[in-house]
Design a binder for this molecule. Structure first.
Ligand code: FES
Length: 221
């Protein structure tokens, strides 16, 4: 039997029999290309040598609040490589400023002696690090399998109704945002949600109301 006959997928994709390599491997699948022939716009363009290189911020020109500096340094001391402290350091800045603003990132970069670009790549990867200003209270309702089976969607609908907003919406008073999320690791106590960084489990609509009321009373604290 030829390699082509052994590989029904390749046959479906009309890979020509002559395209098989020395060891019977199929040729690479064609890659979609843009109009000018490249795979990703700009990949074959010359580097801009005039552009400023990414630099570690100068400690003399960036003011960092003492408390924040101390917290970041304490996180750095927890790891053999300071880069590993990026997540807790950014979380500390987010707690202070409400989001990872360019200024907040600059301050963290200055203390950690890394480029803002390095931290930017971390912030834009993780959902819970915010790239825009967000309301003081973020409601994350889990609708993954365990929670779904225990009423996660009903809970999400209840939240939408109580807050008067949809998924990824923000209440008109700017106090709450609502987001449907994947598993938050509280499956044993499903259905579960997070309010900011606090877990609330074994929820019912009545319990959800209590949580929302509690945080509404807190206001912007
Ligand atoms: S499925 Fe909801 S916490 Fe895991």
């Amino acid at each position: 039997m030829s390699a082509r006959e052994e590989d029904p997928l390749a046959a479906q994709q009309n890979v020509p029999a002559s395209g098989y390599g020395e060891y019977g491997e199929p040729p690479p699948l064609p890659v979609a290309r843009f109009g000018h022939g490249s795979r990703v716009p700009g990949w074959d363009e010359a580097v801009d040598l005039e552009k400023d290189p990414a630099e570690v911020p100068d400690p003399d020109s960036v003011e960092v609040p003492e408390e924040l500096r101390a917290e970041i340094e304490a996180h750095m001391a927890d790891y053999p490589d300071r880069h590993s402290a990026a997540l807790p350091a950014l979380a500390a800045a987010q707690r202070r400023y409400g989001w990872c603003s360019p200024e907040a990132i600059e301050q963290v970069a200055c203390v950690m002696a890394v480029t803002p670009g390095y931290l930017d790549s971390v912030v834009t990867f993780y959902d819970m690090l915010e790239t825009e200003s967000v309301p003081p209270h973020s409601v994350y309702v889990c609708t993954n399998i365990s929670c779904m089976l225990r009423g996660g969607y009903e809970l999400l609908d209840h939240c939408k109704h109580r807050l008067g907003i949809g998924n990824k919406g923000v209440t008109p008073d700017g106090l709450f945002s609502l987001e449907e999320v994947e598993c938050i690791g509280a499956c044993s106590w499903a259905p579960a949600m997070m309010m900011n960084y606090d877990f609330h489990e074994n929820l019912t609509n009545a319990k959800m109301d209590q949580v929302l009321d509690e945080y509404r009373k807190k206001g912007t604290q």
